[in-house]
Design a protein around this ligand. Structure first.
Ligand code: FES
Length: 141
């Protein structure tokens, strides 16, 4: 039951179960890295399979987002799974099924289609340079 003082965005967050996921998969659907029909087919498949497996609603499940571009724009559809930061190419429904089964359910990256890694947080990332407070704060700060 919603709290009386709950704002609309808090209610939306609660309905989406934000805060209860263990992974987040982003899939590019714009159509420059792969034909748009193929990207949409992959997205439809991903949504359906996550729902069928109840991964979209389970505690510790998987949140999904379609995005306009992940800036790779080659060998798509491109996807990335966080917090692992595993980047995947050629994400057809068949490849997505492997990502779901092997990576999302069993925790093993699908090496055959993985092309980059950037886990978050990233223990191998170099420290941020000292940008200075004025530059880091941005305009108007
Ligand atoms: S259009 Fe898919 S990564 Fe840019």
């Amino acid at each position: 039951m919603a709290r009386m003082s709950e704002t609309k965005i808090e209610a939306t967050s609660r309905a989406l179960r934000l805060g209860q996921y263990s992974r987040h998969i982003f899939l590019c659907v714009r159509g420059d890295c792969a034909p748009v029909e193929q990207s949409k087919e992959s997205w439809t498949f991903l949504k359906r399979r996550l729902r069928q497996l109840k991964l979209d609603s389970a505690l510790g499940g998987v949140y999904r987002s379609q995005v306009e571009c992940l800036r790779v724009c080659l060998e798509g559809p491109i996807a990335v799974v966080y917090p692992d930061g595993t980047w995947y190419r050629r994400c057809t429904p068949e490849v997505l099924e492997r990502i779901i089964q092997e990576h999302l359910l069993e925790g093993r990256a699908v090496e055959e289609y993985a092309f980059a890694r950037n886990p978050l947080p990233n223990p191998d990332a170099p420290p941020l340079p000292d940008l200075g407070r004025d530059e880091a704060a941005g305009p108007g700060e």
